[in-house]
Design a protein around this ligand. Structure first.
Ligand SMILES: *Cc1c(COP(=O)(O)O)cnc(C)c1O
Length: 382
């Protein structure tokens, strides 16, 4: 069996977890939490980072800190994992669903069109049907980078906060004025996830960064039950139990040490797929943007019209190869059917024509050959 994506834990993870256990620091305090935060912040060239229980928890805290509250709107993509959108509902706001561009990320040109044709901007507040739009949730899909420069220009023009869901894009960066600008550090808030299939994992966990140091501090406060006085249990706000544990952080420190190696392996594997699939006219490996350094997390292949990707996934499974369709569009899911969606076109097309193929960082070149051979056989024989 060649799985779609599995973790790779052969560095110092076991050593560090053992140390955490031996020290009996297993909960939401301990040296590894501080170290993981410091190491990750350094890696992405951010001044600080806050470790949280999951990417979803991090997104929830970022929305709270962005000032999104009940009755507000947040611009969000329909083509993404639902965890990017559910926290909008946690705070009582509603998503305004947008289409994707050919990078599978938010179509920024369409966002601009939506704002220009459907919204009103007055007194520094952007409104849609008389309710304020407070923020844009942008997702860097599969390790690509959304068109952040254009998006930030729109956000600043219309006084919108930007939350980067960088859960899939740890390590992805653009070069801006000679400096690396990492996914997650361009918008007002950036959120990472270390779930089992992400490029590095802690089993479960996440990290939050913010442009404003005070806001990040407040996010940490909210993540630890809004404790104002440790000894006397004084709490002046509603807090959350959203902190990462020391054992998870120990795994994270070991994983982060290997991240650049994982990116290099994934890049090589991506290029091998690209080479081997070149001659197969019915499929195309989706490109990452050429003006960035992606983390090459997930590989997507697009099939020619008329090929049933559901059947194709089953056929691959029969040959022992894991694959999956990209997500069901969120504006079509039961809890979101009454929410607004603006001119969804590309996302509809991509959902029925793209699948993800095996991409683990421990994938061998023979296995990649086998995947491509299987794809060719299925195309030839049905
Ligand atoms: C994985 C993922 C999340 C959620 O992260 P968790 O740590 O699983 O809560 C959110 N958004 C996207 C796009 C993801 O891929």
């Amino acid at each position: 069996m060649i799985p779609l994506s599995v973790p790779n834990l052969k560095g110092n993870e076991l050593k560090y977890v053992t140390k955490a256990l031996e020290a009996e620091w297993v909960s939401t305090g301990g040296a590894y939490i501080n170290q993981f935060e410091k190491d990750l912040a350094e890696y992405i060239c951010a001044p600080a980072a806050v470790a949280v229980a999951s990417g979803t928890a991090g997104l929830h805290l970022a929305l709270l800190e962005a000032g999104v509250t009940a009755g507000d709107y947040v611009i969000a993509p329909t083509l993404t994992f639902i965890a990017a959108v559910n926290p909008i509902k946690y705070v009582g706001a509603a998503p305004l669903f947008m289409d994707c561009d050919d990078s599978l990320c938010l179509d920024v040109a369409k966002v601009e069109k939506f704002v220009a044709t459907e919204c009103v901007f007055a007194n520094n507040v952007l409104t849609f049907r008389d309710k304020p739009i407070k923020a844009i949730m942008v997702v860097h899909v599969f390790g690509n980078l959304a068109n952040m420069m254009a998006l930030m220009a729109i956000a600043r023009k219309y006084n919108l906060k930007v939350i980067e869901d960088a859960t899939e894009a740890l390590g992805t960066y653009a070069i801006v004025d000679g400096h690396k600008k990492f996914a997650g550090t361009i918008g007002d808030f950036g959120v990472f996830s270390f779930n089992g299939n992400k490029i590095i994992t802690t089993g479960g966990g996440g990290m939050v960064v913010a442009l404003d140091a005070d806001k990040l501090k407040h996010i940490k406060y909210l993540s630890t039950q809004a404790k104002d006085d440790e000894l006397n249990y004084i709490h002046n706000e509603i807090g959350y139990n959203y902190r990462m544990t020391n054992v998870q952080a120990a795994i994270g420190v070991g994983q982060l040490e290997q991240l650049e190696k994982f990116v290099a392996i994934k890049k090589n594997n991506y290029e091998l797929y690209k080479e081997l699939l070149k001659s197969v006219t019915e499929v195309e490996l989706i490109n990452f943007r050429t003006d960035i350094r992606p983390n090459y997390w997930f590989y997507s292949v697009q099939f020619a019209e008329g090929i049933d990707i559901g059947k194709f996934i089953q056929s691959l499974l029969h040959k022992g190869i894991g694959s999956r369709p990209i997500w069901g569009l969120i504006h079509k899911q039961a809890p979101y059917q009454s929410d607004y969606a603006f001119e969804i076109e590309r996302a509809d097309k991509y959902v029925t024509s793209i699948i993800n193929i095996p991409c683990s960082s421990n994938l061998k070149s023979e296995e990649i050959q086998n995947v491509v051979t299987a794809i060719k056989e299925i195309l030839a024989n049905g």
